[in-house]
Ligand binder design. Structure first.
Ligand SMILES: *Cc1c(COP(=O)(O)O)cnc(C)c1O
Length: 375
C-alpha cells in the first residue's frame, strides 16, 4: 500500500503536477545555505541561465521567482496590460488568468473554447479584428493541464503579432521542459512555468522570460505589483540576482536537474515525452476496443499535450473510483479536474518518468478497469 508520506516506490506517481522528484534532485537540496547576494549564489544563477534559455527557446534572461507558477501568471496580468486583457480559455488553468484579472482589478474578457478543445488562431483573429485597439494583452495556456489540450501557440502568436500594441503571455507550466519552446521565434512576450510539473522539481519556484516589448509595457504600468515587478526581475537577472531572497535550496535542486536534463539530451527528453503520450493514446484506443466501451482521449488529434493525457471514461465508470482503485495498488494518477472530475482521469506522463514505468502503470490500470467494470 502506498502512503501519502513517501514510502511509495519511485516511479508510481503519475499525477500531472506535482510530479515525482528524482532522489538525486531531492538530495541536491541538502547543501549549506549561503548569502544570496554573495558570489556563490551569483555564480550558481549564472550557471543556470544557458540551459534555461534552451528550455525556453530564448536568448533573454530567465527569471527565477520564489512563488508557485500562479505568482508569475499574476505578474503577467498586473505588468503587461494598461487597457484590457483577452484571456483565451479552454479549461481550468486558462480560466485562472481571468480570475486573476478580476481580483487585481484589471479589465478582461474571456474567449472560450469548450473544455477539451483548443483555442484556435482563426477565432482569436476574428475577435481582435472585431475591435482593434480594445485589447493590449492576450493570455493563453500552452498545455492545458486540466484537459490535456496543447494549444497552437505558434499560430496564436502569429495572429497577435498582426495587431500593434498587443502582447502575448504564455503559461507553459506543464509544457516547458516537456515540449519544445520557441519563445523568441514565436515572438511571444512572456512565458512562465513552475518547478513542479515537467521540470520535475519540488514545488516552490516559478520561472519566466519577458520580451523587450513586455518590459517597456511593464515600465509604463505604475501599479504593476511590488513582489512581481518584471522590471525589477529583469534588472536583477542581468546581475545574476533575484529581486528578493530566493528559495536557495530549490536552486540547488534546479542546478542538479538541469545537469540531468543535459545528460539525457534536451531533444531526447522531448521525444521521451512524445513517446509516453503516444503510448497513452494507443492504450486508450485499445481499452475501447477490448471492452467495447467508449474510452477516448479528450483532446482531439493534433492538439494533444505530450505531458498529460485526460481520458474520457465510459458512463459506467466514475473517475474517482478508478483513481482510488489504482491507489489501492500503490499507483497515483490524477482525477479529472473541476467539472471533468466524474467523467475523466488524467495521466501525467511528464518529468522523469520512463516509458517502462508508464507501461507498468497502464498494466495496473487494465486490471483496475477489469475489476471495476466487472463489479
Ligand atoms: C499547475 C498549473 C498552474 C498553477 O501552478 P501553481 O504552481 O500551482 O501555481 C498553472 N497553469 C498550468 C497550466 C498548470 O498546469
Amino acid at each position: 500500500m502506498a502512503s501519502e508520506t513517501g514510502e511509495r516506490p519511485f516511479g508510481r506517481f503519475f499525477l500531472p503536477g506535482p510530479t515525482e522528484v528524482h532522489p538525486e534532485v531531492l538530495d541536491a537540496q541538502v547543501r549549506p545555505v549561503v548569502g544570496h547576494r554573495g558570489p556563490a549564489t551569483k555564480e550558481l544563477l549564472a550557471r543556470l541561465q544557458p540551459v534555461l534559455g534552451r528550455l525556453f527557446g530564448t536568448s533573454r534572461p530567465v527569471y527565477l521567482s520564489t512563488s508557485s507558477a500562479t505568482g508569475l501568471m499574476e505578474a503577467a496580468v498586473t505588468n503587461l496590460s494598461r487597457r484590457r486583457i483577452l484571456c483565451l480559455v479552454c479549461g481550468a488553468f486558462s480560466g485562472r488568468f481571468h480570475d486573476i484579472a478580476r481580483l487585481t482589478g484589471r479589465p478582461a474578457d474571456r474567449l472560450e473554447a469548450e473544455w477539451g478543445a483548443p483555442n484556435l488562431p482563426e477565432r482569436l483573429a476574428e475577435r481582435l479584428a472585431d475591435d482593434p485597439g480594445r485589447y493590449d494583452l492576450v493570455t493563453v495556456v500552452h498545455s492545458e493541464t486540466s484537459t490535456g489540450v496543447l494549444n497552437p501557440v505558434a499560430g496564436l502568436a502569429e495572429v497577435v503579432r498582426d495587431f500593434d500594441g498587443v502582447l502575448l503571455a504564455v503559461d507553459g507550466v506543464s509544457s516547458v521542459a516537456g515540449a519544445p519552446m520557441a519563445f523568441d521565434d514565436w515572438g511571444a512576450d512572456f512565458l512562465l512555468t513552475g518547478s513542479q510539473k515537467a521540470l520535475a522539481l519540488p514545488p516552490g519556484l516559478a520561472l519566466g522570460a519577458a520580451s523587450e516589448r513586455a518590459l517597456e509595457r511593464a515600465a509604463s504600468v505604475p501599479a504593476r505589483s511590488y513582489y512581481f515587478d518584471l522590471v525589477d526581475f529583469e534588472r536583477r537577472a542581468r546581475e545574476h540576482q533575484t529581486p528578493n531572497t530566493p528559495a536557495l535550496t530549490l536552486l540547488y535542486a534546479l542546478e542538479r536537474q538541469l545537469e540531468r536534463i543535459v545528460a539525457e539530451g534536451i531533444e531526447a527528453r522531448f521525444e521521451r515525452h512524445e513517446a509516453m503520450a503516444r503510448r497513452t493514446h494507443a492504450w486508450t484506443e485499445a481499452a475501447a476496443g477490448r471492452t467495447g466501451e467508449p474510452f477516448e482521449v479528450l483532446a482531439p488529434p493534433g492538439y494533444r499535450s505530450p505531458t498529460v493525457t485526460a481520458i474520457r471514461l465510459p458512463e459506467r465508470l466514475r473517475g474517482p473510483d478508478v483513481v482510488a482503485g489504482l491507489r489501492e495498488h500503490g499507483w497515483v494518477i490524477g482525477a479529472g479536474y473541476g467539472k471533468l472530475k466524474p467523467s475523466t482521469i488524467r495521466v501525467g506522463h511528464m518529468g522523469d518518468h520512463t516509458p517502462d514505468q508508464l507501461e507498468e502503470l497502464l498494466g495496473v490500470l487494465d486490471r483496475v478497469l477489469q475489476e471495476t467494470l466487472a463489479a
